[in-house]
Ligand binder design. Structure first.
Ligand SMILES: Cc1ncc(C[n+]2csc(CCOP(=O)(O)OP(=O)(O)O)c2C)c(N)n1
Length: 413
């Protein structure tokens, strides 16, 4: 279907009411909507409630990436029923063909981590893409914006929900969790997404359970296991490359009051330990850094400083002896094997537990998920810095990832 070009509309910081009317009119006319939430989004319970209410009222679907506060929560009462396995879902071509094009996208925060989502949206362009953008940063690499809103998102969405609710039986909607009035949204679209989410989550859970019985660790199962272990009240920092992608796709919903920080922007693998240590010091919260081995090595200086400052930090480092991400990229299929290792994977061959020699840094080694669980629980119950180096056989991890992707694809057909 070809879209009619939609003229760009802008709403300034003081135009919350007009922006809300715009969103309400889109919701009234289009049932196939996505609220896409990325990092760099400020907002607590108010925003979560507003996003939730809009999604319920419009029959729209919330896709929340791992760095978005919509995915993490600060109160158990305000959990948003967000889709978390977005990347795995969007990669299923037969499913996406059945689901069809989204008519409206409302983007909150920076772009969602999933490249597959971006490519799908570019190939099946929504008629309307509304960007909340207080700083006019145009954080949409697809250049697909039809409306830009500089007003505060929670206020705009609340007003939009009130606008939509005019004349409807609000209480029935709120009490039942699903609309009851004749003007209720058609929930077919949301239902299909929710079903896909629960199928993907079940396959990931089965995979992780299986991985717990294995002698080796695969990183999708490690990410899922780690997010399950992080207790309420903790802060998580996650490095770029596969750690952030794995936590996003395989990590599900974090426990209430877990804040997850990502290091996007230019997507560097530098400065991770320093950033996590800074976040731990600034917030006073017990902090976990989930960090690739090259990212870890990149910021050894940060580790020395963090130790000197008495930071309370637990570092979990999947050590696949280099940059595992490159084996997931097309270059892995075309580069000659030796060149690929030297130029892309770049094995370091170091024993990362030797950072313990720096002093006062407790280091541990885990070769199974059960050992990771045991070490992590011990580490978070003590202060100071713990580094848990998780041995990952790169070829094994690659095969397990491929098998998991195949299983998800087969179930989402
Ligand atoms: C400062 C910086 N240097 C280089 C890169 C290019 N780069 C992207 S991912 C990656 C590999 C990262 O390896 P690791 O942290 O071990 O994570 P893995 O790929 O194994 O998940 C590299 C070198 C980058 N993003 N940032």
């Amino acid at each position: 279907m070809t879209n009619e070009p939609v003229p760009l509309v802008r709403f300034g910081p003081s135009e919350a009411a007009a922006a809300a009317e715009h969103i309400a009119s889109l919701a009234a006319r289009h049932q196939r909507g996505l609220v896409v939430c990325g990092p760099d989004l400020r907002g607590g319970d108010e925003l979560r409630r507003a996003v939730s209410a809009l999604a319920a009222r419009a029959g729209w679907v919330v896709l929340a990436d791992i760095g978005s506060p919509i995915r993490g929560t600060t109160a158990p009462t305000s959990r948003v029923a967000a889709v978390s396995a977005t990347d795995a879902i969007v990669r299923s071509q037969p499913l996406m063909e059945r689901l069809g094009r989204a008519e409206v996208v409302v983007q909150l925060g920076a772009p969602h981590l999933s490249k597959a989502l971006r490519l799908w949206l570019e190939a099946h362009e929504p008629t309307h893409t509304v960007l909340f953008d207080a700083g006019y940063q145009w954080a949409n690499p697809s250049f697909a914006i039809t409306a830009i809103i500089a007003a505060e998102p929670a206020a705009v969405l609340d007003l939009a929900v009130s606008e939509l609710a005019k004349g409807h039986d609000d209480d029935a909607v709120d009490r039942a969790g699903s609309p009851a009035s004749p003007s209720s949204p058609d929930l077919a679209w949301a239902k299909q997404w929710t079903e896909a989410e629960s199928v993907a989550r079940q396959v990931i859970a089965d995979h992780t359970e299986e991985s717990h019985l294995a002698d080796h660790v695969d990183q999708p199962a490690l990410a899922a296991t780690l997010l399950d272990l992080v207790p309420s009240g903790h802060l998580v920092y996650v490095s770029n490359s596969m750690p952030v992608r794995d936590l996003d796709t395989f990590g599900g919903l974090p426990a209430p009051d877990v804040d997850i920080h990502v290091h996007r922007g230019a997507n560097g693998i530098d400065g991770l330990t320093s950033a996590a240590a800074g976040a731990a010091l600034a917030t006073g919260r017990p902090t976990t850094l989930y960090c690739g081995d090259l990212a870890f090595l990149h910021d050894i200086g940060g580790l020395i400083t963090a130790r000197a400052l008495g930071v309370n930090l637990t570092m979990v480092v999947p050590d696949n002896n280099g940059g595992g991400i490159f084996s997931q990229l097309p270059i892995a299929r075309t580069a000659p094997r030796d060149d690929f290792a030297d130029i892309f994977h770049t094995p370091h061959g170091l024993d990362l537990t030797r950072v313990g020699d720096i002093g006062d840094t407790r280091t541990h080694r885990a070769a199974t998920l059960a050992k990771v669980q045991e070490l992590y629980r011990d580490a978070i119950s003590s202060s100071g810095i713990d580094v848990i180096v998780v041995e990952v056989d790169h070829a094994y991890d690659r095969d397990r990832r491929a098998a998991l992707a195949d299983r998800i694809a087969a179930r989402l057909r």
